[in-house]
Design a protein around this ligand. Structure first.
Ligand code: PGA
Length: 247
C-alpha cells in the first residue's frame, strides 16, 4: 500500500498566480523524488482546480469538499461529476473545519457514498471534538462514533478509501493550537482505527511540518499525512514528502 501525502491548501493562497507557483514548485520538486512508495495530492480550492490540473502531472488532484447531491438546485455546491471533469480523484470529507461549520455525520456519510459511487477516493476526517490530554478511551469513543456514522453502508472490504486521524486541537491555524500530536499517540490511535478498518489507508494530520514529519514517518502504521499550512511552502512540503518516502 503506497503512502499518501495530501496538501490541504484550505482557503489559500489568495491569487491564481501564487497558486500556480506553489503547484509548479511542488510538481518540479517531485521529479527529484523516487515515488514508487508514495502518492502526493493537492486539495486545492475549487476555483483553482482547472489551473492546478494544467500545472501538475505527478500530483493527484483533490477537493476539500464534495456535494452530497449529484446535480440540481444546490447553490454553492460542487458535484462529483463536476470534479471528475478536472481529474479530481480524491476528496476530503468531514474536515474539522467543515464540521465546525455545521456538517453532520449524516451529511458526511452521504458525501462519502457519493464520492465512492464516482470512484473519487474519500478521505474521511475524524477527530473533531477531541481535546488535548483526553484519555485514550474517551478519544477512541469519539473516533469510533465518527467512523461508524461516516462509513455507514460503505462496503469496507472492496472500496478504496482513506481515513484521516486529525484531532481538532492539533491543527495549526484557525481552530487548532498548532501543537502536533505526539507521534506515539498518533500511531496508537491509527493502529486502533486500522484494527477496525484494515483495508483503509490511515493518515495523520495536524501541524505536520518539515521538523515534525520524520517523527510520524518513522511510525510504520501511519500511511501518510494531510498537511495544511506547510503545504503552502513548497520546500517544506517537499521535505515532508521526502521524510515519508524515506522510512
Ligand atoms: P495544519 O492543517 O497542517 O496546518 O495543521 C492540517 C489540516 O487541517 O488538514
Amino acid at each position: 500500500m503506497k503512502r499518501l501525502i495530501v496538501a490541504n491548501w484550505k482557503m489559500n493562497p489568495q491569487s491564481v498566480g501564487e497558486a500556480r507557483k506553489i503547484a509548479s514548485q511542488i510538481e518540479h520538486g517531485l521529479l527529484a523524488i523516487k515515488r514508487e512508495t508514495i502518492e502526493v495530492a493537492i486539495a486545492a480550492p475549487f476555483i483553482f482546480l482547472p489551473m492546478v490540473k494544467q500545472a501538475v502531472h505527478f500530483v493527484r488532484l483533490g477537493s476539500q469538499n464534495i456535494s452530497a447531491h449529484s446535480s440540481g438546485a444546490y447553490t454553492g455546491e460542487v458535484s462529483a461529476k463536476q470534479l471528475l471533469e478536472f481529474r479530481v480523484s480524491l476528496a476530503l470529507v468531514g474536515h474539522s473545519e467543515r464540521r465546525a461549520l455545521g456538517e453532520t455525520d449524516d451529511l458526511i456519510n452521504k458525501k462519502v457514498l457519493i464520492a465512492l459511487e464516482h470512484k473519487i477516493e474519500p478521505v474521511l476526517c475524524v477527530g473533531f471534538g477531541t481535546k488535548f490530554g483526553m484519555s485514550e478511551s474517551a478519544e477512541k469513543k469519539i473516533l469510533m462514533a465518527q467512523l461508524r456514522l461516516g462509513l455507514r453502508d460503505v462496503k469496507v472490504r472492496s472500496e478504496k478509501f482513506a481515513i484521516l486521524y486529525e484531532p481538532t486541537w492539533a491543527i495549526s491555524r484557525g481552530v487548532g493550537s498548532g501543537q502536533a500530536v505526539a507521534p506515539s499517540r498518533a500511531a496508537l490511535m491509527i493502529k486502533f482505527i486500522k484494527s477496525k478498518y484494515p483495508q483503509a489507508r490511515v493518515l495523520y494530520g495536524g501541524s505536520i511540518d518539515s521538523k515534525t514529519a520524520a517523527g510520524f514517518a518513522v511510525e510504520d502504521v501511519i500511511d501518510g499525512g494531510v498537511v495544511g499550512a506547510a503545504s503552502l511552502r513548497p520546500q517544506d512540503f517537499l521535505e515532508i514528502v521526502k521524510s515519508f518516502n524515506n522510512y
